[in-house]
Ligand binder design. Structure first.
Ligand code: NAD
Ligand code: AKB
Length: 317
């Protein structure tokens, strides 16, 4: 059967890249991009079906499922960590109700596979911070984090109870040049490239030595598609897989950028609410299960990522 792939939240940092990658594999017509508002430039460019969808509007969403009868659904609509702390109830509602709508309609319309991303934000201050394992104490203290942890429990529940083939990754902070991030704690690691090229300076909202797990977008998209194409029997985790790329601090990232832009200067703000969020998250991730189950291996280390970001961004910013 030919694929019909519905991507919800397609205008965002991941969606713009994922839609392009899926259209490259399955053809433009097979991938229905959707979001609250009209398509961003990147999606208008690689034309294919586009729908205005509000994942919280059940009638609207039901109509889209009826119209396309999707074989795969990717739910990317969410409020991320930093914005979530400004609007906790709105974040909880979108992140939970949106997911439950998708899980319910996916069961009703017999969707073959569902992808919903979790995050390193599911971990909290009592989780081990170095090489954080798949299974450990999890006490997230942001609304975003505990909405993702609850979402993981729902995904596993729908798999166990209804046989829904739902798959998920705990993405680290994602860094790409094609789209801007939408309000997370790891966003500094994208903004820094834009400012380095525009002004030669960047003021980081995280302190110099704040190590966080990060990943280049090309690796994240490849991990997502690899997981979605893995035989169902090999997907042994139905909550969400730990996924590791690169871990670094703002100071280490700045040093790497300086190798390309020697005059680049980084300074640090005195205090920012995102620091407390970052301090509660892992510094590095153990992704043994992803390696064993579906052969995960990242391609981008810090020097390769920085080189690629600067080469691609220099003609855009
Ligand atoms: P983003 O904020 O860039 O994009 C989210 C998109 O969802 C936006 O285009 C927005 O318009 C859309 N949206 C918001 N409310 C909607 C609604 N009611 N109906 C339909 N669309 C709606 O986010 P992103 O960075 O692309 O993240 C996508 C997913 O991946 C999220 O679940 C996020 O938690 C997860 N994730 C992202 C990262 C990262 O570093 N980007 C890391 C871990 C997990
Ligand atoms: C955020 O910072 O909120 C996201 C994430 C790691 O989930 N980038």
């Amino acid at each position: 059967m030919s694929e019909k792939i519905l991507v919800i939240g397609a205008n965002g940092q991941i969606g713009t890249e994922l839609v392009a990658a899926l259209r490259g594999i399955y053809g433009a017509e097979a991938v229905i991009a959707s979001d609250l508002k009209s398509p961003v430039y990147a999606l208008r460019k690689n034309s294919g079906p586009y729908e205005i969808v509000n994942v919280l509007d059940k009638d609207n969403l039901h109509h889209i499922f009826e119209k396309y009868n999707p074989t795969q659904v990717y739910l990317l609509a969410a409020i991320l960590s930093a914005v979530g702390e400004q609007k906790p109830k709105v974040a909880w509602d979108l992140n939970m109700t949106g997911l439950l709508h998708i899980l319910d309609f996916s069961v009703e319309f017999k969707v073959e596979k569902v992808f919903w991303p979790s995050s390193i934000a599911v971990f909290g201050p009592h989780s081990p911070q170095q090489q954080t394992p798949q299974y450990c104490v999890m006490d997230p203290n942001t609304v975003y984090g505990f909405s993702k942890l609850a979402g993981e429990r729902w995904c596993e529940y729908y798999f166990t109870k209804y046989g829904l083939d739902v798959r998920s990754l705990r993405y680290p902070g994602l860094i790409g040049w094609r789209a801007n991030p939408g309000g997370g704690t790891t966003d500094y690691a994208v903004h820094i490239f834009h400012q380095a090229l525009k002004t030669g300076k960047y003021e980081s909202f995280l302190s110099a030595d704040t190590a966080l797990p990060m990943m280049y977008m090309d690796d994240a998209i490849r991990a997502t598609i690899t997981l979605m194409n893995a035989p169902a029997g090999e997907v042994t985790i139905r909550s969400a897989y730990n996924l590791a790329g690169i871990s670094f601090t703002p100071a280490q990232l700045a040093d790497e950028i300086k190798k390309h832009i020697p005059g680049f200067e980084i300074t640090y703000v005195d205090s920012d609410p995102r620091q407390a969020i970052a301090d509660s998250w892992p510094k590095s991730i153990d992704d043994t299960y992803a390696q064993k189950d579906w052969g995960w291996e990242p391609e981008y280390d810090l020097p390769k990522m920085v080189q690629d970001m600067l080469v691609n961004l220099k003609d855009i910013v």
